[in-house]
Unconditional design. Structure first.
Length: 277
Protein backbone atom coordinates (compact mmCIF):
# COMPACT_ATOMS: atom_id res chain seq x y z
CA UNK A 1 0.00 0.00 0.00
CA UNK A 2 1.42 3.33 -1.00
CA UNK A 3 0.54 6.90 -0.18
CA UNK A 4 -1.55 8.65 -2.80
CA UNK A 5 -0.18 11.25 -5.19
CA UNK A 6 -3.57 12.78 -5.93
CA UNK A 7 -5.29 15.28 -3.67
CA UNK A 8 -7.41 13.52 -1.03
CA UNK A 9 -10.85 14.87 -0.15
CA UNK A 10 -12.94 13.94 2.82
CA UNK A 11 -16.71 13.92 2.87
CA UNK A 12 -17.72 14.62 6.44
CA UNK A 13 -20.51 12.48 7.76
CA UNK A 14 -22.77 15.38 8.65
CA UNK A 15 -26.02 16.39 7.00
CA UNK A 16 -27.11 19.95 6.46
CA UNK A 17 -30.17 19.01 8.51
CA UNK A 18 -28.07 17.82 11.48
CA UNK A 19 -28.18 20.30 14.40
CA UNK A 20 -24.48 19.58 15.09
CA UNK A 21 -23.55 20.17 11.45
CA UNK A 22 -21.96 23.61 11.89
CA UNK A 23 -20.69 23.07 15.43
CA UNK A 24 -18.52 20.18 14.23
CA UNK A 25 -17.16 22.19 11.32
CA UNK A 26 -16.25 25.28 13.33
CA UNK A 27 -13.16 23.84 15.12
CA UNK A 28 -11.98 22.33 11.82
CA UNK A 29 -11.95 25.76 10.17
CA UNK A 30 -10.96 28.03 13.05
CA UNK A 31 -8.83 25.75 15.25
CA UNK A 32 -7.44 23.48 12.48
CA UNK A 33 -8.57 20.48 14.52
CA UNK A 34 -9.81 17.33 12.81
CA UNK A 35 -11.98 14.79 14.60
CA UNK A 36 -10.87 11.17 14.12
CA UNK A 37 -13.67 8.61 14.64
CA UNK A 38 -13.01 5.36 16.47
CA UNK A 39 -13.60 2.02 14.75
CA UNK A 40 -16.98 1.54 16.40
CA UNK A 41 -18.14 4.85 14.87
CA UNK A 42 -17.53 3.68 11.31
CA UNK A 43 -20.40 2.53 9.07
CA UNK A 44 -19.25 -1.04 8.49
CA UNK A 45 -19.30 -3.09 11.73
CA UNK A 46 -16.64 -5.38 10.21
CA UNK A 47 -14.28 -2.50 9.40
CA UNK A 48 -10.89 -2.95 11.08
CA UNK A 49 -11.99 -6.13 12.85
CA UNK A 50 -10.14 -9.07 11.31
CA UNK A 51 -11.24 -12.66 11.34
CA UNK A 52 -8.75 -14.78 13.27
CA UNK A 53 -7.21 -18.08 12.32
CA UNK A 54 -8.30 -20.73 14.83
CA UNK A 55 -5.24 -21.93 16.70
CA UNK A 56 -4.74 -25.41 18.07
CA UNK A 57 -4.61 -25.64 21.90
CA UNK A 58 -0.80 -25.67 22.21
CA UNK A 59 -0.47 -22.68 19.86
CA UNK A 60 -2.98 -20.79 21.99
CA UNK A 61 -1.12 -21.63 25.20
CA UNK A 62 2.26 -20.63 23.75
CA UNK A 63 0.88 -17.36 22.38
CA UNK A 64 -0.79 -16.35 25.66
CA UNK A 65 2.26 -17.23 27.76
CA UNK A 66 4.49 -15.23 25.38
CA UNK A 67 2.08 -12.29 25.62
CA UNK A 68 2.24 -12.46 29.43
CA UNK A 69 6.04 -12.38 29.30
CA UNK A 70 6.02 -9.38 26.96
CA UNK A 71 3.78 -7.49 29.39
CA UNK A 72 5.76 -8.68 32.43
CA UNK A 73 9.40 -9.25 31.39
CA UNK A 74 10.38 -10.24 34.92
CA UNK A 75 8.15 -13.36 34.82
CA UNK A 76 10.29 -16.36 35.73
CA UNK A 77 10.32 -19.81 34.15
CA UNK A 78 8.36 -21.38 37.02
CA UNK A 79 5.57 -18.78 36.71
CA UNK A 80 5.44 -19.31 32.95
CA UNK A 81 5.03 -23.08 33.41
CA UNK A 82 2.36 -22.60 36.08
CA UNK A 83 0.46 -20.19 33.80
CA UNK A 84 0.69 -22.67 30.91
CA UNK A 85 -0.68 -25.45 33.13
CA UNK A 86 -3.65 -23.28 34.17
CA UNK A 87 -4.37 -22.42 30.53
CA UNK A 88 -4.29 -26.08 29.46
CA UNK A 89 -6.72 -26.98 32.24
CA UNK A 90 -9.06 -24.13 31.24
CA UNK A 91 -8.93 -25.25 27.61
CA UNK A 92 -9.98 -28.77 28.59
CA UNK A 93 -12.84 -27.45 30.74
CA UNK A 94 -14.23 -24.71 28.43
CA UNK A 95 -13.13 -25.90 25.01
CA UNK A 96 -11.21 -24.21 22.21
CA UNK A 97 -14.30 -22.58 20.68
CA UNK A 98 -14.93 -20.63 23.88
CA UNK A 99 -11.29 -19.50 24.08
CA UNK A 100 -11.29 -18.43 20.44
CA UNK A 101 -14.50 -16.44 20.88
CA UNK A 102 -13.14 -14.66 23.97
CA UNK A 103 -9.85 -14.01 22.21
CA UNK A 104 -11.67 -12.34 19.29
CA UNK A 105 -13.63 -10.15 21.71
CA UNK A 106 -10.43 -9.05 23.48
CA UNK A 107 -8.70 -8.18 20.21
CA UNK A 108 -11.65 -6.22 18.87
CA UNK A 109 -12.03 -4.39 22.17
CA UNK A 110 -8.36 -3.42 22.00
CA UNK A 111 -8.78 -2.14 18.44
CA UNK A 112 -11.69 0.12 19.39
CA UNK A 113 -9.21 2.74 20.58
CA UNK A 114 -7.70 3.04 17.09
CA UNK A 115 -8.95 6.06 15.16
CA UNK A 116 -9.60 6.40 11.43
CA UNK A 117 -9.94 9.49 9.23
CA UNK A 118 -11.67 8.52 5.99
CA UNK A 119 -11.13 10.44 2.76
CA UNK A 120 -11.88 9.90 -0.91
CA UNK A 121 -9.68 10.16 -4.00
CA UNK A 122 -11.91 12.77 -5.61
CA UNK A 123 -14.43 15.42 -4.66
CA UNK A 124 -16.90 14.73 -7.49
CA UNK A 125 -18.07 11.29 -6.36
CA UNK A 126 -21.85 11.79 -6.46
CA UNK A 127 -22.58 8.70 -4.38
CA UNK A 128 -20.57 10.17 -1.49
CA UNK A 129 -22.28 13.54 -1.77
CA UNK A 130 -25.63 11.76 -1.49
CA UNK A 131 -24.64 9.46 1.39
CA UNK A 132 -22.19 11.39 3.56
CA UNK A 133 -23.03 15.00 2.78
CA UNK A 134 -26.74 14.87 3.49
CA UNK A 135 -27.87 14.49 -0.13
CA UNK A 136 -25.77 17.49 -1.25
CA UNK A 137 -26.73 19.67 1.76
CA UNK A 138 -23.30 19.27 3.38
CA UNK A 139 -19.77 20.04 2.36
CA UNK A 140 -16.48 18.49 1.29
CA UNK A 141 -13.10 19.42 2.76
CA UNK A 142 -10.16 19.14 0.39
CA UNK A 143 -6.55 18.70 1.46
CA UNK A 144 -3.18 19.01 -0.23
CA UNK A 145 -1.38 15.67 -0.20
CA UNK A 146 1.61 17.01 1.68
CA UNK A 147 3.10 17.18 5.15
CA UNK A 148 3.94 14.69 7.86
CA UNK A 149 0.30 13.73 8.46
CA UNK A 150 -0.90 12.93 4.95
CA UNK A 151 2.24 11.06 3.99
CA UNK A 152 0.79 8.26 6.12
CA UNK A 153 -2.47 8.16 4.13
CA UNK A 154 -3.02 4.78 2.48
CA UNK A 155 -5.40 3.61 -0.19
CA UNK A 156 -8.04 1.16 1.02
CA UNK A 157 -7.99 -2.26 -0.65
CA UNK A 158 -11.43 -3.69 -1.38
CA UNK A 159 -11.77 -7.45 -0.98
CA UNK A 160 -12.14 -10.17 1.60
CA UNK A 161 -9.48 -9.72 4.25
CA UNK A 162 -7.00 -12.54 4.85
CA UNK A 163 -7.70 -14.12 8.27
CA UNK A 164 -5.18 -12.94 10.84
CA UNK A 165 -2.81 -15.50 12.35
CA UNK A 166 -1.70 -13.93 15.63
CA UNK A 167 1.30 -16.27 15.78
CA UNK A 168 2.61 -14.88 12.47
CA UNK A 169 4.58 -11.63 13.01
CA UNK A 170 3.85 -10.57 9.42
CA UNK A 171 0.13 -10.50 10.25
CA UNK A 172 0.63 -7.91 12.99
CA UNK A 173 1.24 -5.09 10.52
CA UNK A 174 -2.34 -3.81 10.78
CA UNK A 175 -3.06 -4.63 7.12
CA UNK A 176 -6.71 -5.30 8.02
CA UNK A 177 -7.16 -1.62 8.97
CA UNK A 178 -6.78 -0.74 5.28
CA UNK A 179 -9.12 -3.39 3.88
CA UNK A 180 -12.88 -3.20 3.34
CA UNK A 181 -15.44 -5.48 1.82
CA UNK A 182 -16.05 -5.09 -1.95
CA UNK A 183 -19.51 -3.52 -1.55
CA UNK A 184 -17.84 -0.34 -0.22
CA UNK A 185 -15.58 0.10 -3.26
CA UNK A 186 -17.55 3.04 -4.69
CA UNK A 187 -16.14 5.17 -1.86
CA UNK A 188 -12.62 5.08 -3.39
CA UNK A 189 -11.31 5.60 0.11
CA UNK A 190 -7.97 6.83 1.32
CA UNK A 191 -7.55 6.74 5.07
CA UNK A 192 -5.36 7.74 7.95
CA UNK A 193 -5.15 5.37 10.91
CA UNK A 194 -3.91 6.48 14.32
CA UNK A 195 -3.08 3.83 16.92
CA UNK A 196 -4.28 4.32 20.47
CA UNK A 197 -2.67 7.14 22.41
CA UNK A 198 -2.22 7.54 26.16
CA UNK A 199 -5.34 9.67 26.63
CA UNK A 200 -7.11 8.50 23.45
CA UNK A 201 -7.62 12.11 22.34
CA UNK A 202 -10.09 12.05 19.41
CA UNK A 203 -8.66 15.03 17.53
CA UNK A 204 -5.50 16.02 15.72
CA UNK A 205 -4.20 19.50 14.88
CA UNK A 206 -3.19 20.06 11.25
CA UNK A 207 -1.22 22.82 9.59
CA UNK A 208 -3.65 25.40 8.14
CA UNK A 209 -2.09 25.23 4.69
CA UNK A 210 -2.87 21.52 4.37
CA UNK A 211 -6.53 22.35 3.78
CA UNK A 212 -6.92 23.81 0.30
CA UNK A 213 -10.63 24.62 0.06
CA UNK A 214 -14.14 23.72 1.12
CA UNK A 215 -16.73 22.67 -1.45
CA UNK A 216 -20.35 23.31 -0.52
CA UNK A 217 -23.11 20.95 -1.62
CA UNK A 218 -25.48 22.20 -4.28
CA UNK A 219 -28.45 21.94 -1.87
CA UNK A 220 -26.85 23.59 1.14
CA UNK A 221 -29.12 26.05 2.96
CA UNK A 222 -28.48 29.78 2.56
CA UNK A 223 -27.99 30.12 6.31
CA UNK A 224 -25.35 27.40 6.50
CA UNK A 225 -23.59 28.66 3.40
CA UNK A 226 -23.41 32.18 4.84
CA UNK A 227 -21.98 30.91 8.16
CA UNK A 228 -19.36 28.71 6.48
CA UNK A 229 -18.23 31.56 4.23
CA UNK A 230 -17.89 33.83 7.28
CA UNK A 231 -15.77 31.30 9.15
CA UNK A 232 -13.65 30.70 6.07
CA UNK A 233 -12.81 34.42 5.95
CA UNK A 234 -12.07 34.50 9.70
CA UNK A 235 -9.70 31.59 9.28
CA UNK A 236 -5.97 32.24 9.10
CA UNK A 237 -5.15 31.90 6.29
CA UNK A 238 -8.56 32.46 4.70
CA UNK A 239 -9.93 29.38 2.97
CA UNK A 240 -11.33 29.32 -0.55
CA UNK A 241 -15.02 28.38 -0.71
CA UNK A 242 -16.74 27.07 -3.84
CA UNK A 243 -20.17 25.59 -4.44
CA UNK A 244 -20.92 22.45 -6.40
CA UNK A 245 -23.40 22.45 -9.27
CA UNK A 246 -24.66 19.83 -11.68
CA UNK A 247 -23.31 20.07 -15.20
CA UNK A 248 -24.59 18.01 -18.16
CA UNK A 249 -21.50 16.63 -19.90
CA UNK A 250 -21.47 16.18 -23.70
CA UNK A 251 -21.83 12.38 -23.36
CA UNK A 252 -24.81 12.76 -21.08
CA UNK A 253 -23.32 11.77 -17.74
CA UNK A 254 -23.76 14.13 -14.81
CA UNK A 255 -20.72 15.61 -13.12
CA UNK A 256 -20.24 18.18 -10.40
CA UNK A 257 -18.65 21.52 -11.17
CA UNK A 258 -17.48 24.44 -9.10
CA UNK A 259 -18.08 28.05 -10.12
CA UNK A 260 -14.94 30.01 -10.94
CA UNK A 261 -12.84 31.93 -10.22
CA UNK A 262 -11.13 29.89 -7.51
CA UNK A 263 -8.95 31.66 -4.97
CA UNK A 264 -6.21 29.05 -4.82
CA UNK A 265 -3.95 27.03 -7.09
CA UNK A 266 -5.31 23.84 -8.65
CA UNK A 267 -2.05 22.65 -10.19
CA UNK A 268 -1.96 19.49 -8.08
CA UNK A 269 -5.56 18.44 -8.79
CA UNK A 270 -6.21 15.58 -11.18
CA UNK A 271 -9.86 16.41 -11.59
CA UNK A 272 -10.98 18.87 -14.26
CA UNK A 273 -13.07 21.84 -13.14
CA UNK A 274 -15.60 23.11 -15.65
CA UNK A 275 -15.55 26.89 -15.81
CA UNK A 276 -18.84 28.68 -15.18
CA UNK A 277 -20.44 30.73 -17.89
Amino acid sequence: MTSQENTPSTFLQESGQNPQYLERLKPVLLEHRLYLPSLDQLNDPADGRPKLVILDPEQMVSFLVAAMVRDNPATGEADQQRHAMILRHSLRVHGMDFFHSEFVKLLHRDLESFRVYSMSKRWDNLALWAKYAGDHTGYCLEFANTGELFKHAKEVIYGESVPMDVTNPAHRSGYFLFMKRPEWSNEEEIRLVRPRTKNNVPGVIIRPEWMTRIILGKNISEENERQIREWSLERSPALGVVKAQFDQAPRGEKVVRCPSPLSHSLHSHRIILVESD
